[in-house]
Write a protein that binds this ligand. Sequence first.
Ligand code: AMP
Length: 280
Amino acid sequence: MQVFHSIADLRLFLKNQRQQAKTVGLVPTMGALHEGHLSLIEASREQNDVTVCSIFVNPIQFNNPDDLARYPRTLDADCAILAPAGCDAVFAPSVEEMYPEKASLKFDFGDLERVMEGKFRPGHFNGVGIVVSKLFNIVQPDRTYFGQKDLQQVAVVRRMMIDLGFQIELHPRPTLRESDGLAMSSRNRNLTSDERAIAPHIFEGLNLAKAQLLEGQKPTEVKAMIEQHFSKEPAFRLEYFEIVNANTLQSVDEIQATNQTAMCIAAHLGKVRLIDNFVF
Ligand code: AMP
């Protein structure tokens, strides 16, 4: 496995691979890798000759400076698990390499970003749009792999790929969870042991909500139940719980059998902000 810090070096490596008619898969990450990330690497390996994992904590997608400062950075440990996982190249640029000048382009994803993550993290999806489109241009992969854990990110990236005509296959992959149901996340390592012990409350809430919806309860009733569920664990601060159309991400008043529904949640636990979702 080769590790690249410079765009030019990575481009040269990839040019060489393409001259040998090899296909390229890209897994964009911010590092502090866990099995959820490795499942994306695995999917890429199955479908491509060369797998590139980018590791870049993208400052312009953070609206909270403390969250950016606290975000775990563990490049050596990440490389130590990527190599045996069969990753071929790691792209770990510095901020200066990615942004020699402040990016002035602005993405506006319309209704897709007026809700949930976009609403509570202003500017977040602009930062995602810039970094992902830049990575696509640098790597020019045949396929790219994203986790459904970040459901809204997948929707935004899909929109961007259609609007800008990227000729790349987008492969969303299911969320990997710990044995107690907590969605794997790089931010989990910032939880204290007490916080980690109650973190599965999110998954439990989603399961309760799903059961109620399938029994025919209305989204408004289920939302009230979730607020109550979180009021029982004062360490949590529920930021949002939404029941949405899984494609448009807009709230629904009724569950329709013809449309996929998603339940999306964000909650603060101590200093850590956690998100999760179910699609069904
Ligand atoms: P991140 O490093 O958090 O930006 O995540 C990089 C990629 O891994 C994104 O496409 C995430 O959606 C995906 N990812 C993060 N957590 C998980 C998980 N628990 N299961 C599957 N994919 C994940």
